[in-house]
Design a protein around this ligand. Structure first.
Ligand SMILES: *[C@@H]1O[C@H](CO)[C@@H](O)[C@H](O)[C@H]1NC(C)=O
Ligand SMILES: [Ca+2]
Length: 260
């Protein structure tokens, strides 16, 4: 991995602006002060630059950022609004994220009060023949080794009391753009006898209970998808089958004020 470190800190009352470009010597990034709390008024940018043709994968080890007030924003490329990828906040460790190109930028911004542990992550340069770590969703167990190259498979199961929605086996394949990608997203482990839920974040997957198997009778599941105010949400169906005339999926949208 090639890159360089230069850091500037401007101290203005309640505001810290910092820009960091890192020479990739360490393969981890921590928020300032981790795990004792990042500063208020922070604006810290990290730019990770890989070799031409590679992608950068972030694997979060720890994540605690004051929900909806402080954010870790990711950019595919340099940190310009046009490159915005997603914004992470809250207290759940996010799944791994892979950049589309060889530059990936992170920006931590915090408001004037209340901090949290912050984040720690590993980053890795992926070559075109590696899919990278597909991640371990909450309550899931990953088996099948630690090789994530084209042709490799990984297998998921859930801890007792949880059932798997989605595909249990993922295979690393080459897509039309000649890039190694997993053939399916990582599955979800859901508590037995529950369905539906609330999802947020830049993108995600929703499946019927037991998918790709059949859903049960008498099911009544509601999913709420929340986006940032001002954003729109698109729903893309990759598979759809319900009993015609008897079972339904209704999709409705509401204006932000009714949810927020
Ligand atoms: C953070 O710093 C960058 C670059 O210095 C600037 O463009 C951006 O507007 C700042 N963001 C906030 C929230 O202050
Ligand atoms: Ca805060």
């Amino acid at each position: 991995i090639s890159s360089l470190l230069h850091e500037t800190l401007f101290f203005v009352p309640f505001v810290i602006l910092s820009t960091t470009q890192m020479t990739i010597i360490f393969s981890f990034i921590e928020s300032p002060g981790f795990p004792y709390g990042y500063p208020n008024g922070a604006n810290c940018t990290w730019v990770i630059i890989g070799e031409e043709g590679s992608r950068i994968q972030l694997i979060f080890l720890s994540f605690a950022i004051e929900e909806e007030y402080d954010f870790l924003s990711l950019y595919n490329g340099h940190p310009h609004p046009a490159n915005f990828r997603t914004r992470l906040t809250g207290f759940q460790v996010p799944p791994p994220v892979t950049s589309t190109g060889n530059v990936f930028s992170l920006r931590l911004t915090s408001d004037f009060a209340v901090s949290a542990h912050g984040f720690k992550l590993n980053y890795e340069e992926l070559h075109s023949t590696s899919c990278g770590n597909p991640g371990v969703p909450p309550k899931a167990v990953l088996s099948g080794g630690s090789r994530f190259g084209v042709g490799d498979r990984v297998q998921y199961s859930c801890v007792p009391g949880y059932v798997l929605d989605g595909h249990a086996t993922l295979t690393c394949i080459t897509n039309a753009g000649n890039t190694a990608v997993w053939d399916f997203p990582a599955p979800i482990c859901r508590a037995e006898d529950t369905c539906g839920g609330t999802v947020r974040g830049g993108s995600g997957v929703v499946t019927s209970p037991g998918y790709p198997g059949n859903y049960g009778n008498q099911a009544d599941c509601t999913w709420i998808v929340l986006a940032e105010p001002g954003d729109t949400i698109s729903v893309i169906f990759t598979d759809f089958q319900t009993e015609e005339k008897y079972d339904y999926l209704e999709v409705e949208g509401s204006e932000p004020p009714t949810i927020w």
